[in-house]
Design a protein around this ligand. Structure first.
Ligand SMILES: N[C@@H](CCC(=O)N[C@@H](CS)C(=O)NCC(=O)O)C(=O)O
Length: 220
């Protein structure tokens, strides 16, 4: 989330459409702020000092500096927090990839029986499907490699292990077409810059095979 409560303050009035549009803009961007409801019959000294010309709400106070007039504030918010909501969403989904999806990959790999494998593969597929929905809005998608692209993309060569060893496709053209197309583009770029070679993929698959064998042996 952008901003902090001490950093951003909004002097407002709940009924005011001028205030509402600013609150909507801040909320849309995911900017956290302290909201202060004004009593227009007894305006605060902060309001009078911040907007001495019009003495009206809304007033946005960012890092101690007031910005007045809702239309001006809307432009200011756009410029001060460009893409803040998208960045916050990308961070959320990146944490989801590391915290939820990758462990789910591990559970698929370590499944002891066919039933277990099918159930766990279903869980992982559900997570990938959720990611597919979120991905459109978060990933840079095109040529630029964004934060979420890196976090998910760096896992891709490990996704080869369940595919090759167990026949489980975590990213699938039919179920998750956006991610599948993205994975091809990301994979090509990673191969082109030498980051992910066939040898590395083979090595990951072999390593996953050993981990799986060790887990199976320990489970016996
Ligand atoms: N042009 C201003 C209009 C703001 C406005 O009219 N605010 C009203 C509340 S809806 C206000 O603070 N009135 C106090 C007053 O007139 O003393 C803006 O877009 O911010």
């Amino acid at each position: 989330m952008a901003g902090g409560e001490g950093d951003v303050k909004l002097l407002g009035l709940r009924l005011s459409p001028f205030v509402a549009r600013v609150r909507m803009a801040l909320d849309t961007k995911g900017v956290r702020y302290e909201y202060v409801e004004e009593d227009l019959a007894a305006k605060s000294s902060l309001l009078l000092a911040s907007n001495p010309v019009h003495r009206k709400v809304p007033v946005l106070i960012h890092a101690g500096r007031p910005v007045c007039e809702s239309l001006v504030i809307l432009h200011y918010v756009d410029e001060a927090w460009p893409g803040a909501r998208e960045r916050a969403a990308a961070r959320f989904w990146a944490a989801y990839v590391d915290g939820e999806l990758f462990p789910a990959w591990g559970r698929v790999m370590m499944a002891a029986t066919e039933e277990e494998r099918a159930e766990r593969a279903g869980e992982a597929a559900g997570m990938v499907a959720r990611l597919e929905e979120a991905f459109a809005g978060c990933s840079d998608g095109g040529d630029a490699v964004g934060y979420l692209d890196l976090v998910l993309g760096s896992n891709l060569f490990w996704f080869e292990a369940p595919r090759r060893l167990l026949g489980v496709r975590l990213i699938d053209k039919g179920r998750t077409p956006l991610l599948a197309a993205w994975a091809v583009r990301f994979g090509e770029a990673a191969a082109a810059n030498g980051m992910v070679t066939d040898a590395l993929v083979d090595m990951a698959v072999e390593h996953a095979k050993k981990l799986r064998a060790a887990a199976m042996a320990a489970g016996k």
